[in-house]
Design a protein. Structure first.
Length: 495
């Protein structure tokens, strides 16, 4: 009997003695957030500019306990954006762990509220974004990049939106969502990208199962193939009518427009070469809680991928007012990428208004990257007057997507931000270097995999000829470093 009692006691200790609490801690500034990330008592799962959600080994007065047995009988908590006046109607007889002015937090998976979003919070450790490289400071237009921007075709954008709209519904695990994933993968493959369809499991309020897979297309850089700049969009759609079989969710603005921007960017940019690799993404199951982008961003973190920046494309077809403008959503922890986006806008579109805003009633896939240590930004429609038709059967070209000119501008900005970082390769023949001879201090030769094959680290005299006799036949890149610190890249062929 004593042995049985002792065994039972040990089992209870194992079950409850080491249980951790799921807590919320309010923060007033970025330094407080960083201090919490450095607190060994905490495992932070989600953060914003105003609070963190974490599991705590011990609880103190700064913490609001939401669940005393964190993740004990659930694999997810869901943050559902919902205005305070509608929260009781949304919850019904259900209970929330937390209710604020603009969201509720529930245990387990939960449905979105009308037009607002939801974020699934898993038992994974979040990571603050870390700058691996500085964002470039753009002081003048690059004529090659301007040429790319000028190629953005509104008819091409509309054709993609129309195709995705014609599925009528792209719910996260529907046959149409899988078909849309396959179609996007085919489009990317036709452009010559390295294409992967990433499967993932989603445990949603409608049930668990395999979601329509993410589509990942990679355009390899010539010098830095393992350093990336990423853009992405989600291709799934949602409406209550489609959920309950009484209507469709064509998802034209949310988010066929974002997919169109990514595919149009890829169509144009794959005609050029870049020093850094570019990744084009299309995610499944965003509407249920950012499941698709979470699956990809967490894998990127686990694999140690170096991502300089992430640019989100979600809703860019509903123009409010007469002038095209862009509202940028991002946390203070990634202010550098926000400054960079505005820098690019000021150079290429100085007449366009770009604002840093807060979206209090929703979220998107940039957050998955922000939570996994990468700097991501979300250029959005007017934050106070975005399309009122999303998540309804009326999210269609015409009323919900009323301006492909606006979509064109968002796509142009996507191209500008990606290419200024990725660094377009100038295809001027290597022998045409008369204009830079006087300033060259060293040069380096690389193969197309980015591997150095030759360098001259001290050029003391003018050069008019470079010997390539020791190189094998093939295509190479050469980087000239100037006295003033500038770098000029040329491509040449050794026959």
């Amino acid at each position: 009997m004593k042995k049985t009692f002792t065994l039972l006691t040990l089992m209870l200790i194992a079950m409850f003695g080491f249980a951790q609490s799921f807590v919320m801690i309010n923060t007033d500034n970025q330094q407080e957030t960083e201090d919490l990330f450095n607190n060994s008592n905490l495992k932070i799962h989600y953060y914003t500019d105003n609070f963190v959600l974490a599991t705590a080994k011990t609880v103190d007065e700064s913490m609001k306990v939401l669940d005393s047995q964190a993740f004990s009988d659930n694999d997810v908590y869901t943050l559902v954006y919902c205005p305070q006046t509608e929260q009781q109607n949304y919850l019904g007889d259900g209970e929330a762990l937390l209710q604020t002015s603009n969201f509720v937090l529930v245990k387990g998976a939960a449905m979105p509220y009308k037009n607002d979003g939801a974020v699934a919070i898993f038992n994974k450790e979040a990571k603050l974004p870390v700058a691996t490289r500085d964002f470039p400071v753009v002081t003048a237009e690059n004529p090659i990049i301007r040429g790319m921007m000028d190629q953005v075709n509104m008819d091409s954008l509309e054709a993609t939106v129309q195709h995705l709209q014609d599925y009528q519904s792209r719910m996260w695990n529907s046959d149409n969502a899988f078909a849309a994933s396959d179609w996007i993968a085919g489009r990317m493959a036709a452009l010559g990208l390295e294409v992967e369809q990433q499967p993932f499991y989603a445990s949603t309020w409608t049930g668990g199962g395999e979601a329509a897979p993410n589509v990942i297309g990679i355009q390899r850089g010539t010098l830095y193939p393992d350093v990336y700049v990423v853009c992405g969009s989600h291709f799934d759609s949602f409406s209550y009518e489609a959920m309950y079989g009484s209507g469709n969710c064509p998802g034209a603005d949310d988010n066929a427009t974002g997919v169109a921007s990514v595919l149009e960017s890829a169509r144009i940019m794959t005609q050029y070469e870049f020093e850094y690799s570019i990744v084009y993404c299309a995610y499944g199951c965003e509407e249920m809680g950012l499941y698709g982008s979470e699956a990809y961003a967490s894998r990127c973190q686990q694999e140690g991928m170096e991502i300089i920046g992430y640019f989100n494309n979600d809703m860019n077809g509903y123009l409010y007012g007469d002038a095209i403008h862009i509202d940028c959503i991002y946390p203070n922890s990634v202010a550098q990428i926000g400054d960079y986006y505005m820098n690019v806008a000021n150079i290429y579109f100085p007449e366009m208004q770009v604002r840093h805003v807060t979206l209090s009633g929703g979220d998107s896939d940039h957050t998955s990257f922000n939570q996994h240590g990468y700097k991501g930004i979300y250029p959005f429609e007017d934050v106070d007057h975005y399309s009122p038709y999303i998540h309804t059967p009326n999210d269609m070209i015409g009323q919900s997507v009323n301006s492909f000119e606006m979509g064109q501008r968002y796509c142009q900005m996507n191209i500008g931000c990606l290419t200024e970082i990725a660094t377009v390769v100038d295809h001027t023949n290597v022998s045409e270097i008369d204009d830079i001879n006087d300033e060259v201090v060293r040069y380096e030769v690389y193969d197309l995999m980015g591997r150095p094959v030759y360098s001259e680290k001290s050029v003391s005299t003018n050069i008019d000829k470079i010997s390539v006799n020791n190189l094998k036949s093939g295509v190479y890149m050469i980087r000239f470093v100037m006295k003033n610190g500038n770098v000029v890249t040329r491509k040449f062929v050794k026959e």
